[in-house]
Design a protein around this ligand. Structure first.
Ligand SMILES: NC(=O)c1ccc[n+]([C@@H]2O[C@H](COP(=O)([O-])OP(=O)(O)OC[C@H]3O[C@@H](n4cnc5c(N)ncnc54)[C@H](OP(=O)(O)O)[C@@H]3O)[C@@H](O)[C@H]2O)c1
Length: 244
């Protein structure tokens, strides 16, 4: 398979890329940090991947998206899977009183993804095959007090993916929305871990299986589907009092 990974240096992306590498797939990687990208490419190479290219892009610079994606498609020729992984965890208290900060976080977690999807959907439509997968979050399922800036951006992407999935159906292009719960990665390094936490490797396994099985909305690990079902059922007059 030919796989394009955007935000490839994320812990979850890296673990996913390693699975694909061990299966000898062809990979094109996009990320913003050149040194980390080179290290990752070397690591995947040792594991058996056919690394066909990588490109350094700050994904908040939307104007650079077209060139990066065109580059990936021209090197890979066709793309079976595009996986978007980048993101950031905002300081909620700071971003809810500083719009510039909120805008930056919403750009990273929401608008930059929609910019990429706008380009990718045209490319996949023209190809008439393939899968577009995006890592969103369970945080998008309901606006909770501790993380509603992040949740709003992720929810925007999930809603977008839902509509896009229908639009791309007749072009034989599949769309997967991957919603992890709590994952032990650099993004959450500062948070105390507990029972519900998972490793990037566990999420990566689920991502690979869900893409292969052409799932629609994936909770990772699966128990988050039940947790978020209950969270969504809580009546608003109670929910608005909850601090979690
Ligand atoms: N960890 C969790 O608990 C959790 C839960 C639900 C969903 N998610 C989502 O899972 C995805 C992967 O996160 P992770 O847990 O693997 O965390 P991570 O290792 O911290 O990865 C975040 C990645 O996003 C990249 N990134 C941030 N801003 C960027 C920009 N402007 N341009 C290019 N790349 C940028 C970072 O690049 P650098 O390597 O250059 O810093 C990093 O590789 C994210 O979409 C995240 O929102 C995570």
């Amino acid at each position: 398979m030919k796989i394009l990974i955007i935000g490839a240096t994320s812990a979850i992306a890296k673990a996913t890329a390693r699975i694909y590498a061990e299966r000898k797939h062809e990979l094109f990687l996009i990320a913003r940090n050149e040194a980390r990208l080179n290290d990752l490419a070397a690591d995947l190479d040792v594991r058996g991947a056919q690394i066909v290219g990588h490109s350094v892009v700050d994904l908040t610079k939307h104007r650079d998206h077209g060139k990066a994606i065109e580059g990936a498609f021209s090197v890979l020729d066709s793309v079976d899977v595009a996986l978007i992984c980048h993101g950031s965890l905002p300081d909620q208290a700071a971003s809810e009183i500083n719009f510039k900060l909120a805008e930056k976080e919403i750009n990273t977690n929401g608008l930059s993804v929609i910019s990429l999807l706008t380009i990718l959907s045209q490319k996949f439509k023209a190809q008439g095959s393939g899968t577009i997968a995006v890592i969103t979050s369970v945080a998008g399922d309901r606006g909770r007090q501790p993380n509603f800036v992040y949740g709003a951006a992720k929810s925007m992407v999930s809603t977008y993916l839902q509509g896009m999935r229908g639009k791309l159906l007749s072009y034989k292009v599949h769309v997967v929305d991957i919603r992890p719960g709590l994952v032990d990665s650099p993004m959450t390094a500062h948070i105390k871990k507990g029972l519900l936490w998972s490793s990037p490797e566990k999420i990566a396994g689920k991502i690979v299986r869900s893409i292969a099985a052409r799932k629609h909305t994936v909770y990772a690990p699966g128990y988050w589907r039940g947790i978020m079902f209950v969270v969504r059922l809580i009546p608003e007059f109670i929910f608005k009092r909850l601090k979690f």
